[in-house]
Design a protein around this ligand. Structure first.
Ligand SMILES: [Fe+2]
Ligand SMILES: [Fe+2]
Length: 134
């Protein structure tokens, strides 16, 4: 059973952003599967690195669209992106420090982390930009 499920209401109405949201959901689900299957520490560390890069690139893309369309809450949304990147760095550090204890909570932390941003900032972005397709 996948941890996260894509929902149509997640769509922000920008094809490139929607595509990346689906990819990130897929990455988090794959990480969850690895943890359930007790994958080795190196495998999970590498995967976390990949996830971090994917998320950084995704945030940069969203910020690009927000700037281009003069989105009124760019600085708040960008601030939350920065906070999320700090949090994922913490998650990665915790995992490096103690993989055994950190892995139990890891997928849940990522789910909470991702879903919250999705349902607040990205949903608002959807409402603001979704009705004006590119
Ligand atoms: Fe965002
Ligand atoms: Fe996003």
């Amino acid at each position: 059973m996948a941890l996260l499920q894509w929902k149509d209401q997640y769509s922000v109405g920008i094809a490139a952003v929607d595509h990346e949201h689906r990819e990130l959901i897929d990455l988090i689900n794959r990480l969850h599967d690895q943890l359930m299957a007790h994958a080795g520490k190196t495998t999970v560390s590498d995967f976390l690195g990949e996830l971090f890069n994917g998320i950084s690139a995704h945030f940069a893309l969203e910020e690009h669209f927000m700037r281009e369309r003069h989105y009124d809450q760019l600085s708040e949304h960008k601030g939350d992106h920065e906070r999320l990147l700090d949090e994922i760095r913490d998650i990665m550090d915790d995992f490096e420090a103690n993989a055994a204890t950190a892995s139990g909570a890891l997928a849940g932390r990522l789910d909470a982390w991702f879903s919250r941003h999705f349902e607040t900032h990205d949903a608002r972005l959807h409402r603001a930009l979704g009705s004006h397709p590119h």
